[in-house]
Ligand binder design. Structure first.
Ligand code: ADP
Length: 465
């Protein structure tokens, strides 16, 4: 009797199941080899039994880290879509309720459904909403959150190594997660998804253009150049706005002009949201001045178009536009030395923060550029450019991953020292650039080079290697 009742209760319509998820990896663009890592997850579903028999550990959960709109949800859906399994999703902010126990019971229900409909992907958006370090929030709200988090940990442990229910979570704040969440067997795979590069933006625009009547001669590179700092969600929006434009004018095709106009509309919408404090302007100015002053020392990067802290689409921070070697970049002809210079520039804001504000007061304004530096350093090692792993050439050998990180870290440290050295030597130049930036928000090429001439102490141009 009671057994039958239980079964009936469980076979009710699943609440968290998203039907008709038909996303494929080909719908996700501009992520480079991040996609490869996710493709591996698909294999856990399709070849799970084989993996288990050979004693290969199946990851407990995958944590996708990155700013909003870069495609984290899309990727999770693509994993389910490619593997042909069910997709369950919830936003962790839905877990957090006023009444103690509600959140925890939702977590239980979610996993119950996922298990009954296995194989499945469980996607938890905004994990930080519930995954903040326990005990930090006082009062009953805190207790409720802790209870929910504890339940989540129990559920994650229940599926460890089984491979028929895989949890993918998304967050923009991996740094504030409870350490228990990222322990082995839980979210033990962290994948960072940065904002797309120029080439990434071209690819994303093209993916969204697939189903639209585009003119044959659309210049995607021009649109991508205009949209520096924008994420996939914003780029998808641009295509939609452009399509509306075309419809309104009664034309049959979307043109480059439609897209450029749409980009401006999208950008203005974002600009309206900006509002900064005096302190923020100052820190931004130091950030950008440091990058520009370091860059001007390097042959491939010294060609600076402008330095600005004026708000720009999709970017919280400022902006130094290098008229650098996009050609070299796309053709993979960037020399090892240029890449090191690039890393040094990206790490410069952090070095400047240490010099100007002292170790104690490090802000986090440079987090984005430091991330760039980190991935570039890894790329350097993986491309077989480092001394230790010369010629390794992207061979992703699992047991070397640790060594690769150590090697990348060494590289970062030496770039950091180099940035500090250049900044110390050019303290005055940085200071006047900061003042000028705060006053005018943007400095054009000519003006910046006047300052460099007057106050700069440049490195003698090195022989390239
Ligand atoms: P996130 O989960 O990181 O906030 P989403 O996956 O929800 O971002 O992205 C929202 C939408 O933006 C997607 O449904 C898709 O249309 C578009 N988009 C975002 N990133 C990409 C990408 N890398 N490639 C193609 N489209 C993207």
């Amino acid at each position: 009797q009671s057994g039958a009742r239980v079964r009936r209760a469980h076979s009710k319509v699943p609440q968290y199941l998203e039907r008709g998820v038909d996303v494929k990896f080909s719908d996700v663009a501009g992520l480079g080899n991040i996609r490869v890592e996710l493709e591996e997850i698909v294999k856990f579903f399709t070849l799970g039994e084989m993996y288990r028999r050979r004693g290969v550990k199946i990851p407990g959960g995958i944590l996708l880290c990155g700013p909003p709109g870069v495609g984290k949800t899309l990727l999770a859906k693509a994993v389910a879509g490619e593997a042909g399994v069910n997709f369950f999703s919830i936003s962790a902010s839905q877990f957090v309720e006023i009444y103690v126990g509600v959140g925890a019971s939702r977590v239980r229900a979610l996993y119950q459904e996922a298990k009954e409909n296995a194989p499945s992907v469980v996607f938890i958006d905004e994990l930080d909403a519930v995954g903040r370090e326990r005990g930090l929030i006082k009062g009953s709200g805190g207790q409720e959150r802790d209870a929910t988090l504890n339940q989540l940990l129990v559920c994650l442990d229940g599926f460890e190594g089984r491979g028929d229910v895989i949890t993918i979570a998304a967050t923009n704040r991996p740094d504030i997660l409870d350490p228990a969440l990222v322990r082995p067997g839980r979210f033990d795979r962290k994948i960072y998804i940065p904002k797309p590069s120029l080439i990434g933006r071209v690819e994303i625009l093209k993916v969204h253009a697939r189903k639209k009547p585009m003119a044959d001669d659309v210049d995607y590179v021009a649109v991508a150049s205009m949209t520096d700092g924008m994420v996939g969600a914003e780029l998808a929006n641009i295509i939609e706005i452009a399509a509306l434009n075309m419809m309104r004018d009664g034309r049959p095709e979307i043109t480059t002009d439609d897209l450029l106009q749409a980009a401006q509309i999208e950008e203005r919408g974002i600009l309206d949201k900006k509002n900064r404090s005096q302190e923020m302007w100052k820190q931004l100015a130091l950030n950008e001045a440091a990058m520009a002053v370091v860059a001007v020392n390097f042959p491939d990067l010294k060609n600076i178009e402008f330095v600005t802290i004026a708000p720009r689409a999709g970017r919280e921070l400022g902006y130094v536009r290098f008229k650098m070697n996009h050609m070299k970049f796309t053709e993979g002809m960037l020399s090892g030395q240029s890449l090191l210079d690039h890393i040094t520039v990206q790490i410069a804001p952090r070095a400047a923060d240490e010099i100007w504000y002292g170790e104690e007061q490090l802000s986090t304004i440079w987090a984005e550029t430091s991330d760039n530096a980190r991935s570039a350093a890894r790329y350097f090692v993986l491309s077989g450019l480092s001394e230790k792993y010369h010629g390794l050439s992207k061979f992703w050998v699992a047991d070397r991953i640790n060594d690769i990180d150590i090697e990348a870290m060494k590289l970062l440290n030496s770039c950091y020292d180099r940035a500090k050295e250049i900044l110390r030597r050019n303290k005055e130049l940085v200071d006047v650039t900061v003042d000028r930036l705060i006053e005018k928000k943007s400095i054009a090429k000519q003006e910046f080079f006047h300052l460099v001439e007057e106050y700069g102490h440049l490195e003698p141009m090195p022989k390239s290697i």
